[in-house]
Design a protein around this ligand. Structure first.
Ligand code: F6R
Length: 587
């Protein structure tokens, strides 16, 4: 992952780079660094967040590059922080250089010294090796040696006022206006009157007085992309954390989705393509994968279309059978998740119709699929996905409802229209989980159980809890516990059961009885009020009813809140959990 930025213009580069880097911290915050050309190369680095970068006040130059890191090769230390410098070159890199070990060995055989454990440092060495006065030529030769993915920004002490860029499978955009900029994403550098030029794979650029773009063969012209400048970086607006604010935004986000109209009117190609599909495959990672699992229940139950859901990192190497008439839906908040992009590319290459369900509509994934459906959740800052999950469900459920309607099963679209109001009620009653926090805060393990769609909510609740509280936690089908995991339940183990299916209620309650009998403390999220009074329960939250299939859209909300409040009680910043980043652009 990582975020990179560059600026060349008339103003001091250092404060501008720091400002842009803050906006890129969702891509990683293990370490940060900047390099500025002022006579020679001046470099500052730190472990941890961008705000830890000190003593940049004396950096006077007007041309520089910066980096915020999510560690892949080597720990989150100052030594491993970018920019990496070798002789005349400073380099920032987002991506993975897969053949860095052999390249490094080659450099070391020439007597060159390395100080970091990163894959990126080798790029500075190759630049120095190939440079003979032609910056772009050296960068092209360097890139020809690299295997993997990269967005690179390079400074050379002999080329004041110039930044060289290269992109392959990691995003990079150039901005011209108020100086010349580059960054890993548009919001980091978007401004009124600034023209934006995303680089494509295999493209290069030289930034100086203006921006010059190059393909492998020579100079190319690029057209700027349009951008809605009203989409600014959100503020906390009185909230302590973005995550809590984003949960509160769920009802408004669902209301904004207007998905039924969206699919039928704006995307008839998606509707007709799906209607003609014999099979739907969903590929995604993490929370988006859970959205896919929830969608499967809807596609199969409502529309009776067979649906398979696969983790994108497995799909891409599984040699999947991609049948004729298949639609592959790639779900991603960021649209930059490397595995999901690769899975969609594979499916498209094999002839499947591909549909991206994305929050970031100018993302790589949106661009490569046949169609892109926006989830319209607005920018999500907290690393743990919340409102984007509910919005993904809204779009996917709408697709299922549209398909069902085409087969004469009506009414599901109307049910979805009630969701914003029901979600508002759920956020309100969900606050009840605050009373549960004391039972979770020092737990050695936590389990979430459910059946059918409730199992999907359990999986997502468990992921939320583990990623922002660091408590070991698992989601299980309620009927599966007794086949092994029950052995882990002991006196006081917190177990959260999700129960919204009338059809399966007694079956899920069997599991509740079984774990209670073994000393577990059981908590219930249910839309069936009659079960909330069961004597086995330490706590219960009763949420509105919305039908079994759509229930994860609501039942996940108290689980998101539970994870949030336990995280805060454990003294963790839920917006920036350790080791994670918002956008996972590497394998
Ligand atoms: C969990 C979370 C991650 C993401 C996953 C996919 O809270 O946010 O599991 O869901 O990294 O990211 P996107 O949706 O951007 O492809």
């Amino acid at each position: 992952m990582c975020g990179i930025v560059g600026y060349v213009g008339k103003k001091r580069a250092a404060p501008l780079l720091l400002g842009a880097l803050k906006k890129l911290e969702y891509r990683g915050y293990d370490s940060a660094g900047i390099a500025v050309l002022c006579g020679g190369l001046a470099v500052r680095k730190c472990a941890g967040e961008v705000s830890n970068l000190r003593s940049t006040a004396s950096m006077e130059g007007t041309c520089g590059i910066g980096h915020t890191r999510w560690a892949t090769h080597g720990g989150p230390t100052e030594r491993n922080a970018h920019p990496h410098v070798w002789k005349r070159f400073a380099v920032v890199h987002n991506g993975i250089i897969e053949n860095y070990q052999s390249l490094r060995a080659e450099c070391e055989a020439r007597g060159e010294e390395f100080y970091s454990e990163t894959d990126s440092e080798v790029v500075a060495h190759l630049m120095e090796f190939y440079y003979a006065g032609d910056l772009l030529g050296a960068l092209k030769e360097t890139c020809a040696r690299l295997k993997g993915s990269y967005a690179l920004a390079v400074l050379c002490s002999e080329r004041p006022g110039t930044i060289a860029l290269a992109r392959y499978k990691s995003p990079l955009v150039v901005g011209v206006g108020g100086g010349v900029w580059c960054a890993s994403d548009i919001p980091a550098i978007a401004a009124k009157d600034r023209a934006l030029y995303p680089l494509a794979d295999g493209e290069f650029a030289l930034l100086g007085d203006g921006a010059q773009f190059y393909g492998r063969e020579g100079r190319i012209e690029k057209q700027p992309v349009g951008r809605d400048m009203s989409e600014s970086i959100p503020l906390k607006r009185g909230y302590r954390h973005f995550m809590r604010k984003e949960i509160d935004e769920i009802p408004a986000v669902l209301a904004k989705c207007r998905p039924c109209a969206l699919v039928s009117a704006s995307f008839p190609g998606v509707r007709d393509g799906l209607a003609a599909s014999s099979h739907i495959t969903v590929v995604a990672c993490g929370t988006a994968y859970h959205a896919g699992l929830a969608a499967r229940c809807a596609f199969e139950t409502l529309a009776r279309v067979p649906c398979t859901v696969t983790v994108a990192s497995e799909y891409r190497y599984a040699d999947p059978v991609i049948g004729e008439g298949e639609t592959v839906i790639a779900v991603s908040q960021s649209g930059e998740t490397a595995d999901t992009i690769a899975a969609a590319e594979l499916a498209r290459g094999c002839g499947a119709r591909t549909v991206a369900v994305v929050n970031v509509t100018d993302s790589t994934l949106a661009g490569l699929c046949d169609d892109a459906l926006p989830v319209s959740a607005g920018r999500e800052i907290a690393v743990a996905a919340t409102k984007s999950f509910n919005a993904q469900l809204m779009v996917l459920y709408t697709l299922a409802a549209t398909l069902a309607e085409a087969k004469g099963r009506r009414g599901y679209g109307d049910l979805l229209k009630e969701m914003p109001e029901l979600a508002a009620q759920t956020v309100s009653v969900g606050e009840g989980v605050r009373a549960w926090v004391a039972y979770f805060v020092s737990a050695s393990s936590v389990y979430f159980i459910g059946r059918g769609a409730d199992y999907v909510a359990a999986l997502e609740g468990s992921l939320k809890l583990k990623e922002i509280t660091y408590l070991p936690s698992e989601g299980y089908p309620a009927g599966e516990l007794k086949h092994g995991t029950l052995a882990l339940v002991e006196e006081g183990t917190p177990i959260v059961a999700v129960l919204t299916s009338e059809r399966l209620a007694e079956k899920t309650m069997n599991a509740v009885h079984e774990v209670y009998a073994r000393g577990a403390r059981v908590f219930l999220i249910t839309s069936l009020a009659e079960y909330a009074a069961s004597k086995e329960l330490t706590g219960a939250v009763v949420i509105p009813q919305c039908g079994e299939v759509f229930s994860p859209m609501l039942s996940v909300i108290p689980l998101q809140l539970l994870a949030y409040y336990v995280s805060v009680a454990r003294g963790i910043d839920p917006d920036k959990p350790r080791n994670l980043a918002k956008s996972v652009t590497v394998e």
